[in-house]
Design a protein around this ligand. Structure first.
Ligand SMILES: Cc1ncc(COP(=O)(O)O)c(C=O)c1O
Length: 392
């Protein structure tokens, strides 16, 4: 069935009247997905080039994923972390195959912001220090602690004063970071590839210099891989850069759309955590853990890291080669791609949607692509055809 019994207009009307208006709506209601495609309530098909901000790495309604979750729904959905669970234990084992060596201890939650919140609390408790250093244009989520580290004034201003004292330094500037990190610094938190800022990979050697500055000051390094996790051609971009953080946060792609957050740290940091000091009712539930186990297996067995690296390179090369007059620059790491425009991005985003492609903005001037990792050359061809229409 490709049409819904309820129209786009009816659905958007209800949401418009009854939701707190935090979101600018994009004019359609998505009611179904299959593989790399989504359908709106009017039965129109769209190529998904955003995967819900980097979540649906296996695409939509993946049969193996759906069967595993359905089996788990019929087995056990919820269970507190004060009891053991087979699926949780399996995930805690499976995660070792993707995480840098030395990051052995995990806390499970339900979202990216929760993963960051736990990391900030761990850093404060382990060091006994109050301050955090983060990057300008960095994004770490909207809960009050994560928001303290998020740079964008539009997100921060309505909620100030924020609880954590954070110094924001220019991303990639080693001297500025070294000047900001001192004996009061609990942690430096960075995205190895800045996502919301417009897809900016850390410059070569930057993360290693940050690691060294943290070590000199006795501060912890937190890698926020909530967006970059699993889609840059390797499981984690910080490991790709040869750097092991003290705490690594991931979420989004980890369970292919089932809500999850994972904060992983060293035995030393974990050993400094007071028992009972943090927790989550839903965190580590069997359904989320099963979803993550299936996703991690599929990413590896279907060769999706290699595919992301190959397809991402093809998209960047093809867009550069087309010399679209409206495009200023293209950047990418795997299937995390930012395309800077010479004009505001909204009309381009709207044009792509009208041509059946759902993409994202990052700021006012950057078009962002975070497609499912199951794309193949067919979807890249479709994307490029739509881009030729809209940007050519
Ligand atoms: C780098 C990064 N950190 C944290 C978050 C927050 O994740 P969530 O929206 O799941 O709370 C995001 C979300 O976009 C993100 O991109």
């Amino acid at each position: 069935m490709t049409t819904s019994t309820v129209s786009n207009e009816a659905i958007l009307g209800i949401e418009g009247e009854r939701q707190v208006p935090f979101y600018a709506k994009r004019g359609i209601a998505l009611v179904r997905g299959e593989g790399a495609y989504l359908w709106d309530a009017g039965g129109r098909r769209y190529l998904d080039a955003m995967s819900n901000y980097g979540v649906a790495v296996l695409g939509h309604a993946d049969p193996e994923f759906a069967a595993a979750l359905s089996d788990q729904l019929a087995t056990l959905t919820t269970g507190h972390q004060s009891f053991g669970n087979d699926q949780r234990a399996e995930l805690l084992d499976a995660r070792a195959s993707v995480l840098p060596a030395g990051l052995d201890r995990s806390f499970l939650s339900n979202s990216g912001a929760e993963a960051i919140e736990a990391a900030l609390k761990m850093a404060r408790a382990a060091t006994g220090r109050p301050k955090v250093v983060a990057a300008k244009r960095g994004y770490h989520g909207r809960t009050l602690g994560a928001l303290s580290a998020t740079a964008e004034p539009k997100y921060r201003t309505p909620f100030e004063p924020l609880p954590i004292p954070v110094t924001h330094v220019p991303f990639g500037d080693v001297a500025a970071l070294e000047a900001a990190v001192d004996g009061e610094t609990a942690a430096v938190i960075l995205e190895p590839v800045q996502g919301e800022a417009g897809i900016y990979p850390a410059p070569d050697d930057y993360l290693a210099a940050v690691r060294a500055a943290c070590d000199r000051a006795g501060a912890l390094l937190i890698a926020d891989e909530v967006q970059s996790g699993f889609r840059t051609g390797v499981p984690f971009a910080c490991a790709g850069a040869g750097v092991t953080p003290d705490i690594l946060c991931t979420a989004k792609a980890l369970a292919n759309g089932f809500p999850i957050g994972l904060t992983t740290t060293t035995a030393a940091v974990s050993g400094a955590m007071p028992a009972g000091a943090h927790g989550s009712t839903f965190g580590g539930n069997p359904l989320a853990c099963r979803a993550a186990v299936v996703t991690l297996g599929a990413l590896r067995e279907r060769g999706l890291y290699e595919r992301s690296a190959h397809l991402g390179q093809r998209i960047v090369t093809e867009i550069e080669g087309r010399n679209y007059p409206k495009v200023r620059a293209v950047r990418g790491r795997g299937l995390m791609i930012g395309i800077d425009l010479k004009e505001r991005v909204t009309p381009t985003l709207r044009g792509l949607q009208d041509h059946g492609v759902l993409a994202l903005a990052a700021g006012n001037l950057t078009l962002r692509l975070l497609p499912p990792l199951i794309w193949d050359d067919t979807q890249v061809d479709e994307l490029l055809a739509a881009m030729d229409w809209v940007l050519g």
